[in-house]
Every structure is written in C-alpha cells, then in structure tokens.
Design a protein around this ligand. Structure first.
Ligand code: A3P
Length: 290
C-alpha cells in the first residue's frame, strides 16, 4: 500500500485523495437535524463518537458492535478508491438525522452546516498528548506520510505540516466561533477526569434526557478498557495493510500526560516557548495533566 503524500487544499495539508471531489464536499447541503463531530486527529474522536451514538440510541449496546466508520458514522472528507463508497456517497444514502465525522479545520467545513444551524461537537486535546498520539498513529497508519524521527515530528507538528494542518489553528478556529455557532467544545482531559459529567453535558446539548442507569451503562461501554477490547471500536476490523496495529494499537494508552514519556526536558522547553507564541492571542484552558 502506498503512503499518500500530502497536498495543500486551500492552504491546508490534506491527504492526497481525489482532489476534484473537494467541491462536492464544500457544496454538501446537510439537513438541520444532522450532527457533526469535529476534531484534530487523535483528540478523542472515536471515544466521542461512541458516546454520542449510544446517547442517540438509548444506550443500546448493539450500536457498539457496529463499525464506527462506514455507514454508522461516515467520515465527511474521506474518499475511497471505487468500489468502496466515499464518505460523502455514504452520507447521501443515509436518512437524516445523520451523525457525521470530520477533521476539517473550521474554515473548510461546508457552509451548509452553519447555514442550517446544525449541532457541532468539537473535541480538543492538549497539544503534547495529541502530538504523541498522532506520532504513533502515523507510524501504524500506512496511508499517511511516514512520521520520520521523533525530533523531526515535533517540528512538523509545530509548523502545521501534518495531515489536516496546524493543531494550533484548528483548536483556535473552533474556540473563537463556539458561542456564535453554538458549538459544544469539549476537552479530552475533562472526559478523562469525569466521563459521566461530560457524557451528561453532551446529552443536554443534544436535548436528550436519559435515566441514570442508562447513563451509567454508557459510561461503562465507553471506558478505555471496554472500547479497547471491542473489535468494532478498536479498528481491528480495518485490514493490517491499512492500520498495522502490530506497530501501535489504535487504542494505544488513552491517558493524560503520556507526553512526559517522550519529550526530553529540552524538547519540552522548546515546545512550550513556541506554544506560548502560537497561543498568545487566545486563552484556551488546556491541561497537560489532571
Ligand atoms: P492514545 O494514542 O493517546 O492512546 P481519535 O479517535 O481521535 O483517533 O483518538 C485516538 C486517541 O483517543 C487514542 O489516544 C486512543 O487511545 C484514545 N481513546 C479512544 N477511546 C478512548 C477512551 N474510551 N478513553 C480514553 N481514551 C480513548
């Protein structure tokens, strides 16, 4: 399998997929009932998908036995080689309300989502843990560019040269618009600290009201240890030629603060100095430990 080089689309490095299909992504017209989950890759997308889908389906555990990608939660901007349908083709075949996933930075999200006032859930994770998780993902995901040496990977992250662009611009873009566009802005660290509290926040945002025992069940079904052993949540259904989990598991560690096992003190200092510069214009309460 080939590791796709990145191409710039409206100034953002994205996977080199079928470029002429981009206009069909931007022209996509959602239904007002559609729900979008957006993240920078590795911020806790799959975890949040599992939570939301269980909330929408009254904690029905059968949901967990269906693959999170494909027809259950299509990936808006993923194009597959025929005959595998692209995310957009899958979405168009589904009946609203649809639950759609994207990694697009806010300026590349189809305007229709804002025009129709769709609900949007954004999940953000602290930069250092997000970087570590992405590094291991790029090692095992055989379609993304090779991560290269760790030291160089930090530089690529800082410069926004990874697929889906700059983490800094991504988290800031959604943060600035969260009130105006009614985006539920979640943090991975908050979800780790008190999963139940955050699940209830999501439930309320979705205008749902589930009984306590169902919420308890959702907390359990979406815990790291249960999802890790669920073949439909741990992506072992994706062939090894695409996700080589012998290199690194998709459900790798699921912790806050794993970055301390990777950054040397000098790398951490350099990263923090740059972080202060890149995040000077915004005050987002990220936590690198809980
Ligand atoms: P690590 O690589 O740090 O383990 P995404 O779904 O956006 O690709 O994010 C994947 C990251 O979320 C991985 O992080 C994965 O382990 C973590 N994750 C997935 N499910 C989780 C859960 N239930 N609890 C905590 N972390 C989870």
């Amino acid at each position: 399998l080939q590791r796709f080089p990145l191409v710039e689309v409206r100034g953002i490095p994205l996977m080199n997929l079928i470029a002429e299909n981009w206009s069909s992504v931007w022209d996509f017209c959602p239904d007002p009932s559609d729900l979008l989950i957006s993240t920078y890759p590795k911020a806790g997308t799959t975890w949040t998908q599992e939570i939301v889908d269980l909330l929408l389906n009254n904690g029905d555990a059968e949901i967990c036995r269906r693959a999170p990608t494909s027809e259950r939660i299509p990936f808006l901007e993923i194009f597959s080689p025929p005959p595998i349908p692209s995310g957009l083709e899958l979405i168009k075949k589904m009946k609203p309300p649809r639950f759609i996933k994207t990694h697009l930075p806010i300026q590349l999200v189809p305007e229709g989502f804002w025009e129709k006032k769709c609900k949007v859930i954004y999940v953000a994770r602290n930069a250092k843990d997000n970087l570590v998780s992405y590094y291991h993902f790029d090692r095992m995901n055989q379609t993304q560019p090779e991560p290269g040496p760790w030291e160089e990977y930090i530089q690529k992250f800082i410069k926004g040269k990874l697929a889906w662009g700059s983490w800094y611009d991504h988290v800031k873009g959604y943060w600035r618009e969260r009130e105006k566009r009614n985006i539920l802005y979640l943090f991975y660290e908050d979800m780790k600290e008190d999963p139940r509290r955050e699940i209830v926040r999501i439930m309320q945002y979705l205008d749902l009201s589930l009984p306590d025992d169902i919420i308890d069940k959702i907390v359990e079904l979406t815990s790291f240890n249960v999802m890790k052993d669920n073949p439909m949540a741990n992506y072992t259904f994706i062939p090894k030629i695409v996700f080589d989990q012998s290199i690194s598991a998709f459900m790798r560690k699921g912790e806050v603060g794993d970055w301390t096992n990777y950054f040397t003190p000098a790398q951490s200092q350099m990263f923090d100095e740059d972080y202060t510069r890149q995040m000077a214009d915004v005050d987002i309460p990220f936590r690198t430990s809980i």
